[in-house]
Design a protein. Sequence first.
Length: 265
Amino acid sequence: MPIPDSEEDEQLQHERYELLHQITEWVETPMLVLGFAWLLLLGIELIRGLTPALEMLGTAIWIIFILDFLLKFVLAPQKLPFLKSNVVTLISLVVPALRLFRLARVFRAARAVRGLRLVKVVGSLNRGMKALANSFGRRGVGYVLALTSVVLLLGAAGMFAFEKDTPDGLHSYPEALWWTAMLLTTMGSGYWPRTPEGQALCFLLSLYGFTVFGYFTATLASFFMGRDADDPEAEVAGAAAVAALHEEVRQLRADLRKGRETGSL
């Protein structure tokens, strides 16, 4: 008896999902290593530029990213949802092609080279976020600390690249690092970016800093409340005190039930 077309399509999609999941697991560790190497190369490029050897290494990693993306796109059963969920990744992969094929002169004439760098920085941060998520599972303070460190280091490199030629700008990477750290802690400083790209990156860093600052505040509050809860004389009830209270209630119910049974006899 022939299988209906709808069942064949569902079976084919299921097989493609399984194959995509299996290939993703196989390449997870190598792509994780290459993702961090890409972030390192981008930081060096923004701060002092790349040597020809490092440029070749970056191009090789970029080609591997392209092949990985194309493979996942071909295997993805739903093409449009896949592209929608990877828009930033796709744009960050297209940007290096402009330089590779020497189309950057057109954008240089349009005074948009820094804009391309901004897209590359944001796309690389997005890739770093995914790499860290695969490492830490998007859980715990360790993931947030590692992600914040990446945002701090790469964000400072981007701010230095955008603002180093402006009057009274960020003329050294340590200065940009200090400025970015103050921004992420929501303290700020007396300097504000002059270039449009620096202002855009400053806005994104401010949003991240505002979100993460609230997370760390809640984490610290939970930590100190947990310490107070462990103290028997504290006003806050801890897990042990609640468990003891539950045990007392359970014992009282058992005694009441036993008293009723004795009275009925």
